[in-house]
Design a protein around this ligand. Structure first.
Ligand code: DGT
Length: 230
């Protein structure tokens, strides 16, 4: 019995090493993912991965994020191909800590952003099919599994206000309708669960709260996010 117990303990710590408890923080543009990540940066047992937006701004000298917003019909496919690659790399990064916290995932890239571009006719059906074939192949053959999704739920109005306030140069042309539609897509994916499969459990935080009080909201869910309830 003791031997079985020891073997089980060894097996579970081995699987923790191979696959840490992996959490993706998701939510609309401007929902406060960066603030959320900063809060968890202070914990030694958590490896935090911010979104690779700097890579999107400089792919061999090309600012793909900017090109995508300026000429979406021409550059959506290019941009999403690179987002998918850089997200895969985030999923694959090996860490020593038991918890991995990622800003977004390969799933929101496919289920929210490609979805939106496809609906708007910014990505032609053959381009969506190619992205999707890569997505299916990669998510089946690589460990991109999530153990938990933290949904930072905002109203589209609050998210939009924050985008205007931060004034990121590439985002200057983003209309409110885009943020509203992205909100609905996140809702369908993570709340109603009517859009695509969502295998990981989802916890929902009220991300409309102001920065000054949101720490309390984070703390409420911390044991779950840090996997301390095992
Ligand atoms: P935060 O801290 O919640 O305000 O997070 P943001 O807004 O810095 O991060 P995110 O991921 O919501 O947006 C990054 C920018 O990239 C934003 O302008 C939307 C754009 N974008 C377009 N397609 C994609 C995609 O497939 N994935 C991600 N993450 N961003 C995309």
């Amino acid at each position: 019995n003791l031997i079985t117990k020891m073997a089980n303990t060894l097996a579970s710590s081995k699987s923790e090493l191979c696959h840490p408890f992996t959490v993706a923080v998701e939510g609309n543009v401007g929902s406060g993912k960066t603030t959320f990540l900063n809060h968890f940066n202070k914990y030694e047992n958590v490896a935090v991965f911010a979104e690779p937006i700097e890579l999107w701004r400089d792919c061999d000298g090309y600012n793909l994020l900017d090109l995508m917003y300026k000429d979406p019909k021409k550059y959506s496919f290019t941009f999403q191909s690179y987002v998918q690659l850089t997200m895969l790399r985030q999923h694959q990064k090996k860490i020593q800590q038991p918890v991995k916290l990622m800003e977004r995932s390969i799933y929101s890239a496919r289920y929210c952003f490609v979805e939106k571009m496809s609906r708007d006719g910014l990505m032609a059906p053959p381009a969506v099919a190619v992205i999707d074939q890569w997505f299916q192949y990669v998510t089946k053959s690589q460990d991109t599994n999530l153990d938990l999704i933290v949904y930072l739920r905002t109203s589209p109005e609050v998210a939009y206000e924050r985008i205007l306030k931060r004034n990121r140069s590439e985002e200057r042309t983003v209309p409110f309708e885009y943020i509203k539609a992205l909100h609905e897509i996140h809702e369908d994916w993570l709340m109603k669960k009517t859009l695509h499969k969502c295998n990981a459990p989802v916890i929902v935080l009220n991300a409309n709260l102001d920065k000054s009080v949101i720490e309390e909201e984070y703390q409420k869910y911390e044991p779950h996010i840090l996997n301390l309830n095992k």
